[in-house]
Design a binder for this molecule. Structure first.
Ligand code: NAP
Ligand code: G4F
Length: 344
């Protein structure tokens, strides 16, 4: 029998890749999108699936809307991907972030518990919960220490998912995912900012890319690999929580160098802190500068995950390495910039 999946935040990076994967697996996919005055279907269109999924009006801050959605869709699986997902914005909008990323998860769980308790639930948790890391690498049992209102809100979402599983015997899983990127990544996030802006530097559209802290390290994987892990979690005999990560951490400056290499630049560094500059040795031009405006009130210096549990229990392994990811994103953005295509 055809399974029905409800994906909240289907218009986002992960939502689009997950919808694509589930359609390939024969699911009926219903996707929740919050209303906007602009079109939000760009990623779904890019993957050619805009017309293959049923789109519904959905907002995590609106309990009656969630209730009706679960009632009408009667999903077999629910993937809660919707969130205010940009860490920096969470300092500007801490209450909104908490309402959506923390309480929103309880709204989802309450609606499922009362209306359709057999539905399997995936919560999009995050390595940001490790924040000021207490152990290297980070595993499912590593103590949490979030460093942003986003991380704090997501930690609530994680624990309420665990709590509903233990209290009400629900099939609820929390996926603790490390950073995953792609050509469909939002423009605010650092990898996409680098691939887009260096492409513009390359074509002469802008002179230079401005970034914040170049020293932070992240464990970057490819979003297409990670959505497969989400699906695998909901196919197990028992619900549990899993870290998904590559086990390889690199700095922001490393990602700049790799994207530069893919664009036939040779970026080297001089200076430190706010004076640090990236220079393309091939042209002698300054192509990267540091701007304090992109610093955060509290930084997460290093995230490095250990996905042994996911490898052993789910059979999940990430396929794309960070340098391949940088190349993939550089190529996609360079082609977009050259052809003047819409950027989401
Ligand atoms: P994304 O591209 O920002 O997608 C998030 C989606 O949620 C967007 O479509 C957004 O809609 C929607 N949304 C925001 N507020 C909402 C609300 N109040 N009601 C309904 N929808 C709302 O993020 P992503 O990278 O795909 O990440 C998916 C999920 O995984 C998020 O929960 C994120 O926090 C989490 N996560 C991501 C990563 C990562 O590295 N990508 C790692 C760990 C966890 P608009 O388009 O209208 O803004
Ligand atoms: O790309 P970022 O904005 O991602 P961040 O903060 O790690 O969060 C992402 O990954 C989390 C998983 O760990 C998700 F839960 C979350 O939803 C999101 O997807 O920033 C990465 C690093 C930070 O240390 C930041 O300070 O890059 C540094 N950075 C330096 N310059 C910059 C910039 N980040 C951004 N966005 N823009 C800059 O100009």
């Amino acid at each position: 029998m055809t399974k029905t999946a409800l994906i909240t935040g289907v218009a986002g990076q992960d939502g689009a890749y997950l919808a694509h994967l589930l359609l390939q697996k024969g699911y009926k996919v219903v996707g929740g999108i919050r209303r906007s005055s602009n079109s939000t279907h760009g990623r779904l269109a890019e993957l050619g699936i805009e017309r293959d999924i049923q789109i519904i009006d959905f907002d995590l801050s609106d309990l009656p809307n969630i209730w009706r959605t679960i009632s009408e869709v009667q999903p077999d699986e629910v993937y809660n991907l919707a969130a205010q997902s940009f860490v920096k914005t969470s300092w500007a909008q801490p209450l909104y972030t908490a309402d959506v990323d923390a309480i929103g998860v309880t709204r989802m769980l309450e609606a499922i518990r009362t209306v359709n308790p057999k539905a399997r639930f995936y919560q999009a948790s995050t390595s940001e919960m490790f924040g000021l890391v207490q152990e290297i690498p980070q595993r499912e049992v590593t103590p949490f220490y979030p460093r942003s209102p986003y991380g704090v809100a997501k930690l609530y979402g994680h624990w309420i998912t665990v709590n509903y599983r233990e209290s009400f015997d629900m099939f609820a899983c929390s996926g603790i995912l490390f950073n995953h990127e792609s050509p469909l990544r939002g423009l605010d996030f650092v990898t996409r900012k680098i691939s887009l802006h260096l492409s513009r530097v390359k074509t002469g559209e802008i002179e230079c890319l401005e970034l914040g802290n170049l020293e932070a390290k992240r464990d970057w994987g490819f979003a297409g690999d990670y959505v497969e892990g989400m699906w695998m979690m909901l196919q197990q005999p028992n619900p549990s929580d899993y870290v998904l990560a590559t086990g390889d951490a690199n700095s922001i400056s490393y990602f700049v160098e790799e994207v530069g290499r893919a664009l036939d630049m040779d970026i080297v560094w001089d200076g430190t802190g706010l004076q640090q500059r990236g220079i393309d040795r091939k042209t002698g031009k300054v192509v990267v500068r540091v701007n304090e405006a992109y610093y955060r009130p509290a930084e997460v210096d290093l995230l490095l995950g250990d996905a042994t549990k996911a490898k052993e229990k789910l059979g999940w392994t990430p396929k794309v390495k960070v340098n391949e990811l940088a190349q993939m994103m550089a190529k996609a953005d360079y082609d977009r910039v050259k052809s003047g295509r819409v950027l989401f």
